[in-house]
Design a protein around this ligand. Structure first.
Ligand SMILES: NC(=O)C1=CN([C@@H]2O[C@H](COP(=O)(O)OP(=O)(O)OC[C@H]3O[C@@H](n4cnc5c(N)ncnc54)[C@H](OP(=O)(O)O)[C@@H]3O)[C@@H](O)[C@H]2O)C=CC1
Ligand SMILES: O=C(O)[C@@H]1CCC=N1
Length: 279
């Protein structure tokens, strides 16, 4: 990565930190190449500076023209005002990468000047450990050079997938929101283990190692998840009893509902913002 590349984050919350951690701790960028901004929370900026060595400055002090990449990392409700606030302070050769759920490249392009380069990005908080599943969908004006830049920058926080934008809501339901489903699963593993007499910390380690092992099997082995599940399941054994209980209690339906619930919320954000803009 070029050592004169400069990246600014507008919005220095959880997602920005997860990305900054991955980018800086892997040495992909030097801390001096990264700036994070907030509108009002100065303590947070100091915290990020102390932890990662990056620059933290208030949003109104940010010299936008000095950055090659501008990440938008505030909440979707603040997208429109943020886009309008950067619109006339950036050049067409700078690229705006947004991690905001439900904010389309079309919406970004409409709120920026003609020809502006934008990329929609959906990472997840596992960026912190370089284990994100991150999707990118380039807008219509982006150069191949900047798509490559996005891929190499984001590969420092995990795997990168270039997808069609019409799959972005679904990707958000699976991968952007996905870590939370596994944390929820773990909360219930811990609770059940505790109710049955196990120490919570020990249950956490055992549960996490089990999820990690299963994830690695799916990544590294050739068998499908169905074959892997069948390999665990002895006839009339313990797994069969567990899976029967999962099915009887709507396990599969709940997983589908979670993914589609998040996906539909992403679509809804897009639609709500389009309405606000038209009014
Ligand atoms: N958390 C996650 O797992 C993921 C989140 N995302 C997306 O990332 C975005 C941020 O989420 P998250 O980090 O969780 O949110 P947070 O609430 O943790 O962070 C948002 C930050 O943005 C700042 N902010 C808000 N408006 C502005 C503005 N106009 N200019 C500068 N800074 C601003 C806030 O500080 P202040 O109020 O001081 O300005 C705050 O620090 C969301 O759009 C979400 O959809 C995407 C993938 C995963
Ligand atoms: O909950 C949210 O809206 C964000 C987007 C994906 C994960 N967190």
């Amino acid at each position: 990565m070029a050592n004169d590349l400069r990246v600014a984050f507008i919005g220095a919350g959880n997602m920005a930190e997860a990305m900054i951690s991955g980018i800086v701790k892997t040495g992909t960028l030097e801390p001096r190449q990264v700036t994070a901004t907030n509108r009002s929370n100065a303590d947070r900026l100091l915290e990020l500076h102390n932890e990662y060595g990056i620059q933290g400055i208030m949003r109104d002090k940010l010299q936008l023209s000095s950055y090659d990449v501008i990440f938008l990392a505030m909440k979707p409700k603040d997208a429109e005002s943020s886009l309008l606030s950067i619109k006339d302070h950036i050049r067409p050769d700078q690229v705006v990468m947004s991690v905001l759920a439900g904010i389309s490249t079309e919406f970004m392009e409409e709120h920026l000047n003609d020809g502006q380069q934008v990329i929609r990005v959906m990472p997840n908080t596992s960026s912190m450990l370089r284990e994100s599943a991150t999707a990118i969908s380039p807008g219509q004006n982006v150069t191949m050079k900047n798509v490559k830049l996005a891929k190499s920058l984001l590969s420092s926080i995990g795997e990168v997938y270039v997808i069609e934008e019409d799959q972005m809501d679904l990707f958000t339901g699976i991968a952007g929101s996905g870590p939370a489903y596994f944390y929820y699963l773990m909360e219930h593993i811990e609770k059940t283990a505790h109710e049955n007499g196990m120490d919570v910390q020990q249950a956490r380690e055992i549960g996490a190692q089990t999820i990690l092992g299963a994830a690695k099997m799916m990544i590294e082995r050739e068998e499908t998840p169905t074959e892997l599940r069948q390999n665990v399941t002895s006839p009339n054994g313990t797994t069969a009893a567990g899976l029967d209980a999962l099915n009887e209690n709507g396990g599969g339906t709940a997983i589908k509902a979670a993914i589609e619930g998040a996906m539909n919320r992403s679509k809804e954000i897009t639609e709500q913002l389009a309405k606000v803009t038209v009014q």
